[in-house]
Design a protein. Structure first.
Length: 263
């Protein structure tokens, strides 16, 4: 019912129609955007479904998220508040040796952040922002981390032409340890190209490298992503995307469908 309410809210006609500033959701893709929401407006960005597969010789792990949502609230011309939460997730593991299956339905942790744009808050031309955040451990394992975490993201975009945009996202985290107690250093770098296929359709290709210094063992993940965003109208976007793991430390595959709505 919660997911149905979110979808209904997203698809309702908005009070404000054409906006002075174009709508730029953070979805889809691996990175984020430096543009901010205008003051007095709200962006609700939701993954209607997000499925991730991790499969090796010992076990298969499926993670399904429903209604994973991110809310952005415009405070000033260049600053927005951010709130994220996963209302429902199902994690299912199957041991390939014994055949034992374990499944858990959980909610996720809450993320609270702030994005301050330093140049071009509409995302045009050369745009850069700073985005600090904290995570509050309200979820339960295996979906919740078990302790608080924090980090900062520096997203940058640059228009190479009228149709091609270069984007990078640099992130440094105090990530929660795998055992749910304490924090460790983690960092990632994402680079991608956004290609306009028309006035309403944009395709993106990205690559991401993530280094995690968990005390249980250091890992390096490599990911490649392809996504498509359709701006149905000024305040409504639909998206679809897939992510492929490039090494053994990475999830094998991720697929998602999402919708973003500005009010």
């Amino acid at each position: 019912m919660k997911t149905f309410a979110v979808i209904t809210l997203l698809l309702l006609p908005s009070v404000a129609q054409a906006e002075d500033r174009g709508y730029c959701p953070t979805r889809p893709g691996l990175g984020t955007t430096p543009c901010t929401i205008e003051p007095g407006h709200v962006s609700l960005e939701t993954a209607l479904v997000d499925w991730t597969l991790e499969d090796d010789s010992a076990q298969r792990l499926d993670t399904l998220l429903i209604g994973d949502s991110f809310v952005r609230v415009g405070l000033t011309e260049s600053i927005e508040a951010q709130f994220g939460w996963t209302p429902f997730g199902r994690v299912r593991s199957r041991d390939k040796l014994s055949g034992a299956i374990d499944a858990a339905n959980r909610t996720g942790d809450i993320t609270i952040g702030l994005k301050a744009n330093l140049r071009h808050p509409d995302g045009a031309g050369f745009s850069i922002a700073v985005q600090p955040f904290v995570t509050i451990p309200v979820g339960r394992t295996p979906l919740g981390a078990g302790d608080w975490g924090a980090g900062v993201v520096v997203p940058v975009t640059f228009d190479l032409s009228e149709t091609v945009n270069l984007a990078t996202s640099t992130e440094i985290d105090a990530a929660v340890d795998a055992d749910g107690h304490g924090r460790h250093f983690a960092a990632s770098e994402t680079i991608g190209l956004g290609i306009k296929l028309g006035t309403q359709l944009t395709a993106s290709v990205e690559a991401q490298l993530l280094r995690d210094h968990d005390p249980a063992g250091f890992t390096t993940q490599g990911l490649a992503s392809v996504s498509l965003a359709w701006m149905v109208r000024d305040n409504l976007q639909l998206d679809v995307g897939g992510v492929r793991g490039l090494n053994q430390d990475s999830p094998d595959f991720e697929f998602y469908l999402g919708v973003s709505r500005r009010f």
